[in-house]
Write a protein that binds this ligand. Structure first.
Ligand code: GAP
Length: 438
């Protein structure tokens, strides 16, 4: 992991938030390459979940919501972790922190940080939602929360979308947006952070059809990740045992990836039953039933949720793509990202800065950048320029050489096979388009 974290900073994928002030715990910023990677990932998700499906609509709900939403959803009462405080060194731990030996609150149990005996409190529940105040007065009545999941914005808009889009059950609503959790044991780089982005889709189905749709979405989502080029042997499902299930779920599967720190979840597929809409109906007093006029039936739909973390999925892509290889006795670091996800699609290099090569290379670069995110590099040996792009995950290297100025052809180097093909300069755009499309 350390090597990837260092590459991510060096090459401008991910920086620590507020680094010049010493950083802010578990909050990260995306640099020029990172923001492209994450945008590409989100765009592919949006395309697969919204544009390519007739039965799913998009939504962009606000982060701030009526505080009653979080009472109805169960987050005010139940979105908690048991925590233990050290009265001596003031550190705070999750009660299941593996460093804790013995029973917190017991006089013989030692604090894992300061080592003092008997200084740990018994576990107390701590809510993970960030609170703030709306309006000028900081009083209890003005408390609102930063959303801990995007899902609730979909539930409270379910009727609005249904009525304005003329969809019929079964149908879905998809959304990408920020969520916030005051995580107590964050860590592992961008794996668990306090501010993150989710890509969530809620699929509304008739009760009784839920299991079939649950199986459908499980299979679809796994297929989607494999289509991004993630190695199948590093992906698996994990079914939640009854004691792992969230308060809203009847059945849940995680899609897990084998990170260097073990198998961990990066997307959850949940059968949320009619829990959410029933609760919102009770708390808001508004009827949230679906009326099927054709058969004269009314019911509260069941919800199958696919909930992915954009940051966690981006981390999966980086970890999976990172390779160290020996090429002709030299080591290279390469990110084997799927071309559709790679931040830069190609780099254009004049072999040397003379004999008409820079002029032709610039013309090709100017032509390509209207369609693709491309990079121009004329600094250093061609070998070093290739290596720099390998580290950035750029799938194609276009070199203008002596022959190019004679016959208007260039070489295109494939990042993974290292093979070079000669292509007419005027056809490079088409060549890239054919290979970048997912
Ligand atoms: N709406 C259901 C829901 O939010 P979740 O399992 O708590 O379910 C879904 O979260 C996904 O959101 C996770 O699989 C993960 O990818 C992402 N996620 C959750 N907490 C996160 C955190 N603290 N940092 C980064 N990603 C997180």
């Amino acid at each position: 992991m350390d090597k990837l974290v260092s590459l991510a900073k060096r090459r401008g994928f991910v920086f620590q938030s507020s680094e010049i002030y010493g950083g802010l715990g578990s909050v990260w910023d995306y640099g020029p390459l990172g923001v492209e990677l994450k945008r590409n990932l989100k765009e592919r998700w949006w395309r697969a979940m919204v544009h390519e499906r007739e039965d799913i609509e998009g939504l962009d709900a606000a982060i701030l919501m009526h505080p009653k939403v979080w009472e109805a959803s169960g987050h005010v009462a139940g979105f908690t972790d048991p925590l233990v405080d050290c009265k001596q060194c003031k550190n705070r731990f999750r009660a299941d922190d593996p460093r804790l030996k013995g029973t917190p609150g017991d006089p013989e149990t030692k604090c894992p940080v300061c080592g003092n005996k008997g200084t740990l409190t018994a576990p107390r529940m701590f809510n993970l939602m960030f609170k703030t105040f709306m309006g000028p007065v900081e009083e209890d009545a003005a408390v609102i929360y930063l959303r801990p999941e995007t899902a609730q914005g979909i539930y409270v808009n379910y009727l609005n979308v249904l009525q304005s889009s003329r969809q019929k059950v079964p149908f879905g609503i998809a959304q990408i947006g920020k969520a916030f959790r005051n995580e107590i044991t964050p860590g592992n780089f961008t794996f668990r952070t306090r501010e993150f982005e989710q890509m969530e889709m809620q699929f509304f189905v008739k009760p009784g059809a839920d299991q079939q749709w649950f199986e459908f979405w499980k299979a679809e989502r796994m297929k989607w990740y494999q289509g991004l080029g993630i190695r199948a042997e590093r992906l698996r499902f994990h079914q939640h045992a009854p004691d792992e299930l969230a308060h809203y779920a009847r059945d849940a599967y995680d899609i897990q990836y084998e990170f260097p720190f073990g198998w961990q979840e990066f997307e959850g597929i949940h059968n949320r039953t009619d829990f959410d809409l029933t609760r919102h109906q009770e708390h808001s007093g508004k009827k949230l039933e679906y009326v099927d006029a054709a058969v004269n039936e009314r019911y509260i739909p069941y919800i199958i949720e696919t909930s992915a973390g954009a940051d966690r999925a981006a981390l999966v892509l980086l970890v999976d793509a990172y390779r160290e290889e020996q090429i002709e006795g030299e080591q290279r670091v390469v990110l084997k990202l799927h071309p559709s996800i790679a931040p830069l699609k190609a780099a254009v290099f004049p072999l040397v800065n003379k004999d008409g090569m820079p002029e032709l290379a610039r013309r090709i670069f100017d032509d390509l950048r209207g369609r693709f995110n491309v990079f121009y590099d004329d600094g250093g040996s061609i070998g070093r320029r290739y290596r720099r792009q390998d580290e950035a995950g750029t799938p194609f290297g276009i070199t203008v050489d002596g022959q190019s100025t004679q016959d208007q052809t260039v070489t295109v180097r494939d990042r993974d096979t290292l093979l070079q093909e000669r292509v007419a300069a005027g056809r490079v755009g088409e060549y890239l388009a054919e290979r970048i499309a997912p």
